[in-house]
Write a protein that binds this ligand. Sequence first.
Ligand code: 5GP
Ligand code: ZN
Length: 112
Amino acid sequence: MISDPDCIFCKIVKGDLPADIVYEDDDLLAFKDINPVSKVHVLVIPKRHVSSLNALDDPELAGKLMLAVPKVAHKMGVGDGYRSIINTDSSVGQTVFHLHIHILGGRKLSWP
Ligand code: 5GP
Ligand code: ZN
């Protein structure tokens, strides 16, 4: 498993940092965001360290990540309506450089 010792999400994967985990399988982890911006705010991540969407080169892992999103949303009670977001680069708000898909739900969200 590729892991970065300085990455906070890798630390969560290893169990070295606590997190409120809502879903786990061999390749993925989903946990509640520490600073939620909606009633439901969870992050779906690959267990393997991938720094951003631009560094994702495994189609199978990409598929697994994408298919986990509705599953996790359903589990969190927002399966009928949620927003999924990936920030890529600090210029658009990426602050943790381990790929994660935000799932937001449980309140009305405006667009954009
Ligand atoms: P980004 O801004 O990179 O798209 O999203 C990073 C997200 O990770 C933020 O929403 C932030 O609140 C969350 N986050 C940062 N550090 C931690 C942590 O240690 N634990 C958890 N559960 N979430 C974190
Ligand atoms: Zn990492």
